[in-house]
Design a protein around this ligand. Sequence first.
Ligand code: GDP
Ligand code: IMO
Ligand code: MG
Length: 424
Amino acid sequence: MSLTCVIGIQWGDEGKGKIVDWLSKHHDLVVRFQGGSNAGHTVIWGSQKFILHLIPSGIFHKGVKCVIGNGVVIDPAQVLKEIKELTMRGIAVKNRLFISDRAHLVMPYHKVLDNLAEIRKGDAKIGTTGLGIGPAYVDKCSRLGLRMGDLYQPDYFKKCLKQNLDEKNWLITNLSPYKSFKLEKVYRDYQNYARKLASYVCDTRVLIQEALEKNQRILFEGAQGTLLNVDFGTYPFVTSSNSDISGVCAGTGIAPQKINRVIGIIKAYATRVGSGPFPTELSGEMEERLRRIGGEFGATTGRARRCGWLDLVSAKYAIEINGVTDLSIMKLDVLSQLKKIKVCVAYKYKNKTYKHFPGNASVLENCQPVYKEFLGWNEDVTTIRKYQQLPLKARRYLNFITTSLGVKIKMVSVGSERNQTIVL
Ligand code: GDP
Ligand code: IMO
Ligand code: MG
């Protein structure tokens, strides 16, 4: 039995999509377990570039089945858009995509509430994607949410939708110039989505269980990253789901002891999009350089990503939380041609040295990173496919990461294309 999880170790956008696509050829099922269309996973092969928000990045491999698990919050219009785009570009989705009947729906009022909450927060805004993710998870926990399966019980769906609209319309019309949502219109739109998605919706837990019984190989694709996790991330500047390993069980119905491999995806530097503490954040020319060479612009919102040095304090923390067994270091190529590369090994705050990632936001906001410096390399690494052929200075940097984190590097990515991957 092979159950592998791919988890982001930083603040998302580590390159999970690339690695999930790469690993998918060795799997039968690829499963998303949390998040929603806030995710933007880029897969590039040849001259083809795809950005997936809800459909798992395993979809490009013919024999692979893709599952959107119960822990994901689903904007049905977005799934339909992705299905249409993939189909038009020659990727078969029918009979290969399965959507959990227990997954919660993102409703149009969630997006409005998301944006209103951000406006109300002013300078303290989270910088959300504005796609209604937070409010959809709020409704799930408030036991008000509507689920994919409810779409197929029209009377029940309408009754619950009315209950929701009574509350949400009151909030929206009292707090903003927005107009209220009309029950009949929202109901009709969602019944329309339901019709188009009917052949995809099922009890995905059963599907996963059957795959387990057949000894099939399952790959779980995380969205976001551990530092955006609602429990262990840089709260309150986080997303609203468990983007760490804990989300896998809750978001799919799999038992924890079945998981035997956890691949931590980490960039050779760090990025963050949206607000919140980022101890190793750079500014000026160096940040600009990383952003330009690394193409650090959000795959979902197009926003410029904040860039900084690799932070081993937060990486160690994320590795412990997830029980990471293998590391995949991404975007090593972006660091080529730098004279010096820094890596954070501790934080200093008020004369105290922190080697463990603190839960306190003000420590994270105001601490000084303690850096170790490495000499950079001038060689282009993008065509290298064997670890031993990497420049010695690059290997020194990577060896330091492995030793500090206590986890073996199993993959090094040296370009965005599928094949620009070194497997150790
Ligand atoms: P995800 O959300 O974790 O799947 O990551 P994103 O797709 O949002 O962002 C990662 C970006 O880096 C994408 O544009 C990828 O095509 C690109 N990428 C992935 N690996 C590499 C790499 O090794 N080198 C370079 N230069 N780009 C990479
Ligand atoms: P992938 O899967 C990077 C960030 C947002 C914001 C915070 C909360 O591509 O790595 P939300 O809309 O989730 O309520 O926003 O989380 N965020 C991401 N940042 N990559 C992502 O996904 C993200 N998904 C959400 O920018 O700071
Ligand atoms: Mg992304």
